[in-house]
Design a binder for this molecule. Structure first.
Ligand SMILES: *Cc1c(COP(=O)(O)O)cnc(C)c1O
Length: 386
């Protein structure tokens, strides 16, 4: 064995100096693009800032016990956010599955090993609203049954001795029941409440707002607005429930959560992503986004027949957004075809919107890309008009 230090360094990397990265994506023939669409999983979410990657790179160099780092990071994130407890999960989806599992089993290890068979447990989760949101599979994965209700009265009527949990989709609640009213019902009957706020930062205060409101558990995506690792997330809330959720996670093996492993690198990177997000000047960032949106709007509107509308989605992707529409008699291209032309051009650009518009947000772009997007949309529309 040689001198410990250099032996350790040499098997971890190329030694000192700037690594010569291969252009892997080019090698693989992958199309990269400018993201004007937002934090979409299919588009690989968000880009991690340097601090986050540095934390990852720090952690990969030595060993710690997985439970120990989750314990410490959980405490740190909880105290940063002013919530009771936290743990790093595999995305918001993993947070929902683990949190639900913890509610079903508590600290009973026999029950933990028994899931997804819920025999002998309260196993009904009541979901507020009838909107068809696929993410409810995160609850179903535990073996729990889900029933849907549309009003406060239906919610109260549905509660019985089998009710394990009340579940709320913050962004997809198609009822008049507010989160405050929902929490109050949970308190009245002593049943845990869960809020999925996966894509709902910004605003930053949403990270603690719903725990303070009284939700027992809250799930947040790590790789959307927070810009942590795309496969990470946060489960926030009551310590006893999160400790029970942790019983379902690795290193413990005979659990439904064994496949939801978060490595130490991502646990640490997630902590740093939260730190960084809290330290961000959100007002300044918002003003920048607004002026970038304004620039795109001004540029695109130089094409006669084009209209733009500035808006901010109320919940989820709550950021400055531009809707672009045009008179298709004067500019004969459908929004879908225009989007395809943006995608097929160089550099490729991914935009959002539906059948009738193109929508653009700037928060997931890198420096210098706002101008490219503005000119390219203008050029596609101008060329179609000619
Ligand atoms: C994105 C999203 C999820 C899944 O989050 P991941 O972090 O990708 O696991 C769950 N629920 C809602 C409402 C979402 O928007």
């Amino acid at each position: 064995m040689g001198g410990g230090g250099s032996a350790t360094a040499s098997h971890l990397g190329r030694g000192s100096g700037i690594p010569e990265y291969r252009d892997y994506f080019a090698e693989l023939g992958l199309r990269t693009f400018i993201n004007a669409a937002g934090t979409l999983t299919a588009l690989s979410g968000s880009l991690m800032p340097d601090e986050v990657v540095e934390a990852y790179d720090y952690a990969r160099r030595t060993y710690v016990r997985l439970d120990d780092i989750q314990d410490k990071v959980g405490e740190r994130i909880a105290s940063m956010l002013g919530v009771e407890y936290a743990t790093v999960t595999t995305g918001a989806f993993g947070a929902i599955t683990l949190g639900t599992a913890g509610v079903l089993t508590g600290m009973d290890e026999k029950k933990v090993a028994q899931l997804p068979d819920t025999t002998g447990m309260k196993n009904v989760v009541i979901k507020m609203g009838t909107s068809d949101i696929g993410y409810i599979h995160a609850v179903l994965n535990t073996g729990a049954k889900v029933i849907e209700v549309s009003t406060l009265q239906e919610l109260e009527n549905a509660i019985d001795e089998r009710t394990a949990m009340l579940f709320y989709f913050n962004a997809y609640n198609n009822t008049d029941v507010t989160p405050e009213q929902f929490v109050a019902v949970g308190k009245k009957y002593g049943i845990p409440t869960f809020n999925d706020i996966a894509a709902d930062v910004p605003p930053v205060e949403n990270l603690w707002k719903y725990s303070k409101m009284g939700f027992d558990l809250v799930a947040v995506s790590g790789g959307k607005g927070l810009r942590g690792p795309q496969s990470a997330g946060l489960l926030l809330g009551r310590r006893d429930l999160i400790q029970a959720a942790r019983l379902h996670t690795p290193p413990r093996g005979a659990t439904i959560g064994r496949g939801m492993k978060v490595n130490k690198e991502e646990v640490l990177a997630m902590m740093v992503a939260v730190e960084r997000y809290l330290a961000t000047d959100h007002e300044k960032e918002w003003k920048e986004w607004e002026s970038q949106i304004q620039f795109i709007s001004d540029t695109v509107k130089t094409v006669p027949g084009t209209e733009t509308e500035y808006y901010v989605p109320e919940i989820a992707n709550h950021v400055p957004t531009l809707r672009i529409t045009w008179d298709q008699n004067r500019i004969p291209v459908t929004p879908n075809d225009a989007k395809q032309r943006l995608r097929d051009g160089h550099p490729s650009i991914e935009t959002g919107g539906g059948r009738d518009d193109i929508s653009v947000s700037v928060w997931m772009m890198r420096p210098g890309e706002v101008e490219i997007v503005a000119y390219r949309i203008r050029d596609v529309l101008r060329a179609a008009a000619a």
